[in-house]
Design a protein around this ligand. Structure first.
Ligand SMILES: [Zn+2]
Length: 259
């Protein structure tokens, strides 16, 4: 349990040597336990996590079931469906799993559709850790990029991605803050992703919550990179002018663009 932000700063063993100017800035800005661990990273403040909840039927997913969980190499999150089946959950509320910062809220198109990504900081193992929660196939998005959200806050509603699927929430929690909407560029394994259901169950209440902390930002491109089938090195950025003209990649029925 972090007692004082100042103590966190000086005891975090991943910290580089503290420069007096940085320390002054950190103290002036309040708790700022993360120093620049990587040159060039940018940071923004957010509220640290006091615990994680399920993203539907808050806080315990009451009225919902998981139709699919994480399968390494194939499906890197949980699919949540309403107990009523079919499209009975279309438009049903989707909630922030924890306090955090909205780093993405837009239509990613492809197999994802409307997507919200939140960035979280949580205290565990004697240090600050970061994770992204990822909510996709949404019918509506109710938050904007840069917005601070609280645990349990409405962020969107369950959708079908323009009729591509039976309504459900595809939900991920990522370790790797660089993935964003560019899943095809990162290994689909547990070095990059958490098992969302298990992750939340193990972290319903956390110490160190409700502090002002900093999280890295701008860690991925907001424009999806489309990975085509021509092999390594064939990646390109999809032109914004015609984002739907992409016959050269596959989408499985759960929405993940395959590399
Ligand atoms: Zn899914």
């Amino acid at each position: 349990m972090p007692a004082e932000a100042g103590i966190l700063i000086v005891t975090d063993d991943v910290m580089p040597p503290i420069r007096p100017l940085f320390l002054l800035l950190a103290l002036a800005a309040g708790p700022a336990p993360l120093a620049a661990q990587e040159p060039g990273l940018q940071y923004a403040a957010t509220r640290s996590v006091d615990g994680f909840d399920m993203p539907v039927g808050k806080p315990d997913a009451e009225g919902y079931y998981r139709s699919r969980g994480l399968i390494v190499g194939r499906h890197m999150g949980d699919d949540w469906n309403g107990n009523g089946g079919g499209n009975t959950d279309l438009g049903a509320p989707v909630y922030a799993t924890a306090h955090g910062l909205v780093i993405y809220s837009r239509d990613a198109r492809m197999g994802w559709g409307k997507t919200v990504i939140l960035r979280h900081a949580y205290w565990e193992g004697g240090k600050w850790n970061y994770a992204d929660s990822f909510y996709t196939h949404l019918h509506q998005m109710f938050v904007r990029e840069g917005q601070q959200v609280r645990r349990g806050q409405l962020v969107g509603s369950i959708g079908t991605n323009r009729g591509m699927y039976t309504a459900h929430l595809h939900f991920e929690i990522r370790k790797n803050l660089r993935i964003g909407i560019n899943q095809g560029s990162y290994r689909k394994d547990l070095s990059n992703y958490f098992k969302p259901y298990e992750f939340i169950l193990g972290r319903r209440q956390l110490n160190g919550g409700n502090r002002r902390v900093r999280v890295p930002i701008n860690t991925f491109q907001l424009q999806a990179r489309v990975v085509d089938q021509m092999g390594p090195g064939a990646r390109r950025v999809e032109p914004p002018s015609k984002p739907r003209a992409k016959p050269d990649f596959k989408v499985d029925r759960f929405g993940e663009p395959l590399p």
